[in-house]
Design a protein around this ligand. Sequence first.
Ligand code: ADP
Length: 155
Amino acid sequence: MKKIAVFPGSFDPITRGHESIVLRARNLFDGVIVAVGQNAEKNYFFPLQRRMEWISEVFPDDPAIRVESYQGLTVDFCRQQGALFIVRGLRTSADFEFERSIGQINRQIYPGLETIFLLATPEFSALNSSIVRDIIRNNGDPRPFIPEAIHKDFV
Ligand code: ADP
């Protein structure tokens, strides 16, 4: 059976930190689904369509990396997709505390599901989408923090 992993998040927008996690997950699994969450209670900075297009532009040629959107529980999406793994990145101990309960509950809801944590690389440990949004909002240059493939949209 193919090992499929779901990498869920907001990707508002995708950063070099996300890019690095996807590429590393790609080395571990047969397929990686970058799953863009649509949470009705969340206000996103960029529209869903834009966030998904950017991700597709970052990973254009690898059929093993797919972009999908989903609503509802991540575990239900994993079931639908036949994915037995969730990938998450860990930057700080705060990330760990947040992820621990979600990972444990997800496994209770969907026995057999494993959450795999990849440690952020040191150069991206301080990076998150909210900092990138702040830079964009204030007319700074976000390009050092976002994947090269989408620099063209931020000149
Ligand atoms: P959320 O909306 O749940 O915070 P994000 O879209 O910010 O999700 O991130 C999705 C996933 O990417 C999370 O597992 C997060 O830890 C990981 N991630 C975000 N930024 C980085 C980074 N700089 N390095 C490694 N992992 C990261």
